[in-house]
Ligand binder design. Structure first.
Ligand code: HEC
Length: 112
């Protein structure tokens, strides 16, 4: 019986851990780099978010407006407004392509 329980717990840890680690990394990266403007919940209801008219990423129609590729590009290269002023900074030097992919996945998970 003990052996069975041990085997089962090992199997559970092995299946659950990678998923948890991945979710955490995307979330951690978002909370570290994006929340100042996009908010902890991705709704963009921050002082900066309101001023820059950031969209609400929990909304399905907002999420449908861009592809994963576009998101990755924006995170990598940043965004300039019509006057050429940087409103979102590029994260190219701060994040690896793998980390950018994880943040993209995290932004997708914000959809309600
Ligand atoms: C300095 C403030 C700021 C930070 C920090 C920031 N953003 Fe942005 N972001 C903006 C602004 C402003 C826009 C353009 C307004 C909009 O489209 O909602 C934008 C747009 C975007 C878009 C494109 C949405 C669209 O419809 O065009 C995505 C995706 C995005 N940000 C994700 C992120 C992620 C992920 C991070 C963290 C790695 C991040 N942003 C960090 C300000 C910021």
């Amino acid at each position: 019986m003990k052996k069975l329980i041990l085997t089962l717990s090992c199997a559970m840890i092995l299946t659950i851990t990678p998923a948890l680690l991945q979710a955490k990394t995307g979330e951690e990266l978002f909370l570290k780099n994006c929340k100042a403007c996009h908010g902890t919940d991705g709704k963009g209801q921050t002082a900066m978010g309101k001023r820059l008219k950031i969209k609400d990423y929990t909304k399905a129609e907002v999420q449908a407006d861009f592809t994963d590729e576009f998101m990755a590009k924006v995170i990598k290269e940043g965004i300039k407004n019509e006057k050429g002023k940087k409103v979102m900074l590029p994260f190219e030097k701060k994040m690896t392509p793998e980390e950018i992919a994880e943040v993209v996945a995290y932004v997708r998970s914000l959809k309600e």
